[in-house]
Design a protein. Sequence first.
Lengths: 761, 450
Amino acid sequence: MDVVDEFGVLVSAEISAGGGDGEDDSEDGRDESDDDERPSFSGVSDSEGSIHHTTATFSDIESDFVPSDLEEEEDDDAIKSLKQAIEKASQKSEEDVVRIKKRKKLGLPTHFAPIVDDGEDIVPVKKKVTLDDIRAHTSSSFGTRSLARLDELEKRSKGKSEVVKSRLGRRLEVRVDRAAAYEIAKEEVGKWEDTVKRNREAEHLEFPLQRSGGAATADITGALDLDDELDSEKLVHGLEGREFSLAEVIARRNELRRMRELMFREEMKAKRVKKIKSKTYRKIHKRERERAQEIAAQLEGESGDEDHEDSYGRLVKHARERMELRHKNTSNWARDVKRMNLHKSKGTRDELEEMLRRGEDLTRKIEGDDDDISGDDLPNINDDEEATEEASGIMAMKFMREAEERLRKQNKESIDELRRMEDGRDGETEEDITDSAVKIINEGRRRYAPGVQESKYAAQESVEQFIEADDAPVGLEREMASIAVKDADSVSTISKTQTSKKGEFKSSKASNPWIQDVDPGSVAKGASVLSLSKDSTRFAKTEARLKRSRRKAKKAVQAVEDGEAEVRIDVNQILQIRDVHGDPDAEANPVNGEDSHVMMVHKGGRRAKPAEFQQRELVKRAFAGDDVVREFQEEKQKTVEDEGDKEVDVTLPGWGSWTGKGVRKPQKKFIQKIEGINPKNRQDSKLKNVIINEKAAKKSAKYTAGAVPFPYETREQYERSLRMPIGKLWSTQATVQRLTKPKVIVKPGVVVEPLSAPFAT
Amino acid sequence: MKVKTLSRSSDVYLPARNCEVSRLPRNLDPDLHPFERAREYTRALNATKLERVFAAPFVGQLGNGHIDGVYCIARHTRRLNSAASGSGDGVIKYWDLSSKEEVASFTAHRGIVKGLAVTLDGNLLSCGMDNTVKLWDVMETDHSGGPSKTFLGSSGFTGIDHHRSNPIFVTSSNAVQLWDENRSKPTADLSWGADNVNTVRFNQTEQSIIASTGSDRSIVIHDIRSKAPVQKLVTLMRTNAVCWNPIEAFNFAAANEDHNVYLYDMRYLTRSLNVYKDHVSAVMDVDFSPTGQELVTGSYDKTLRIYRVNEGHSRDIYHTKRMQRIFCVRFTMDARYIMSGSDEGNIRVWRAEAAARSNVKSARERSKLEYEATLKERYKNMPEIRRISRHRHLPKPIKTASETKRIELASIKRKEENMRRRSKKGTMPYAKEREKQIIGVAIREVENKV
């Protein structure tokens, strides 16, 4: 302290570098003592180091007597950079000095006057302090020791580098010093930023935030599995890598023991609880059992000496099956199969068939139940089961599988052949593909390419196929097809809706495997050529038909080449068709299909009229005579008058209406004026195209927030935040608890300490 | 024939154990519970009304108070029920908060006691205008023998604060000085310019940082690691008190003479983070709740206000007829109560939540309160609920003063707007509300980057 007093400011700065003790100048003890001296520091050594460096370098610069520091190279660098920095700062600060001086001249106060106001006034800085000076003032052995050390350092450093002389005034030095210190302080305090952010964003804050102890054991027990060996030796062995103390290990073992004990107790309790049943429960069950036994006894009495319980169980099973309609086509699984077209795979189809057959059997049985409920039922069921087993057995046998395989192969071959035939034609011309009737029908899409016109024939063709292939055609389907063809005739192209309709129809057909069997004609018509090959004659027919269609397509192509028909169809035309088609009025148009077709083609050939323009025309015609604007104005006028001031005649009828001789004229009417809304004050008075209801529900204003409140950005957000109710009536207990948990929870009766850095003290 | 009667097992509605709350069976069918929003709104409204009905912020006063005004209060940092207060006649009193009784009373200083601080072992440090800092053993009730230690300074002390984990304390007088408890003289001088320093406060989280306020309208940040002041902020008017946020290391609130409290980040002092308005006179003291979520201010306008940290206006105002100008306010360490010392010599204890009660609550009661709090929070923007929850009875002087202030401010604003309209475009930029009060900082960002 003496040192401080005697050397004033200068040495106090030196103290600030070292932490206030003379000992700190020693090389080795410096860092440690620093740590000791600054207990509040958060324990991150990097920044400590940086503080140390900066302060040390400052002291180097300002005081000539202090030799350059420990890590010389590093410090040299630091000094260089600092010198530059200071030079820069001085250039800048010169302006400041001038400014402040000006202020002083004017008699204005300067805000940032340091302890010592003017650099010029400071005498101690001008006078250089040497080691001898210090020596003269130090008497204690302690001081001399450290001075000896300084001597040594000086000697060492003299050989290497010159001591840097300060070129700045004291004031500026202090200033730069402060800036650096502030920077470091900021950095240090900035380390809390993550914590602060986390706390601010936390959904719940439970105070006290930091636990005061006992965390270690809990963590260890949490980190390990409960099923670990309880043996303490093994435990120690397992934890060897972690280096836990004995106390921790014991704590963990105890914890594990406790857990196991608790689990055991829970188990025992569950067992006991399971056993406990009420009196009524037992009574009911007893009665049920008895009844079941009775029935079983009755059944078995006739059927012979079968196992009672077994047969009873079967009975129950089958009854349940009957009840549950498991073997109807209505189960989820069956519906899924239908929906997702899974029945195309053999296995699924078999299963489905099996299920339906079983369902049929069961219904038959149910119907037959009325006749013989007791005697016949059980053997029947047995037979049935045996039969199914047998069937599955046969199906499972090798030769059956082989036969199936053969059949599949055959199918595949025929399919391939058909494909090849198609491909063969494919090789001929590209247009042919698009011409193919099958394709068009299959795809159900509109085509904008030459040859589409020919699809009429193709459609006709397909229908023919359909009729031919089908021995007993279904009326509806034929009708549909023929209608489609007719349409195609009239419009000359297959419209999208039609084809899609057909497609739907087809798909619905195809999706039901049971109908497929009954009605193979639809399949012949449809896309799935797969089922065609089942029948060889049918296959041959199809082949023939394909050839024919190919021929026709060729013809068409020929025709196109010859320029017989104009087959360009542009978008406008199509749109027009759709309009005509969609509009029932347009259908009733006297213009027949053929004519329209011609017209269209004609138009298409020249220049299409813009569809929009036509639309506008149409709209104009449709709303002819509607003066919407005038109507609106009238309505507004009426509203304004209705809501404005009104005069009501409240004269009592008959009052004062005397008659006779000498009667004065009746008094003027009693007119009451009811105040309304002044037309000028209306909200919509300046809005031409708007009527604002002035009688808006004022009651509801009580239940609406005036504006979107702060954290929300849009009305929808705010509305959403209010939508779900919180209370117990509307959500579960857990949800209610979660929703109503307060943001800040303070444990009662506990000192809430400020946060502290984890490794400080 | 057996007649079936309606029967219900007691297992359904009776608790399994005595300590459990009985279950209330309920049907979750939404059709049975219609109008959920309307019902919850009504519940929120009722809860808000009840909150106002039950609002009784004043708990009581401590003993019979002091003879002179109370100018400083210290709370024990590790015990909830201990506090000390110092008054204008140099008397210090210890208080037992749970019984609201005086534990000890003695004359500590000649002249006013300006500051109190609690040391690590729970003893009391006091400083006065008689140039002394004194250390008192709180276990003793008889202090006729004098303090256990006395530190002599060169001028009257105005404030004192103790380090959170080291035997170091800092005082403010005509300088900011750092003291070691075991040394008789200050270990460092941390002053920066001011003739007189009003208060000084340690950062409790980042423990080496100190903030002090000077009579030259400055707030200075000091660092005891470099044993130097590091940053200085000058505002338009004087700052009367500062307080660090206990959970946000870099933020502190400064109670200003201009009726406002400002929240600053010590790293970026060129603008404040928040401005707490509403007082109609100088704010004399400010204190953060130990949770860091709220702050309490005592003002020269004889009222005490509580602010949420992230809001700009007070959520509550406390006043009594006899309470004079408030010079010191402190939260208790459990964040539930507030102590205020005022000019007429009384120390009053207030609830931090006016309608809250500290009794032990059953689970149902607690859950109901939580539910109501959630509802209130959800529907707080509905006009009716907002009106009721914001309604406070104000003393007439405060009301008129705030009205006058509002008019004055509006007038200034209008004048400014007029000037702006008539002057060249861009010559009169709008001043930001959060930066208005700041004249400048000593170390600017540019200098830092040198």
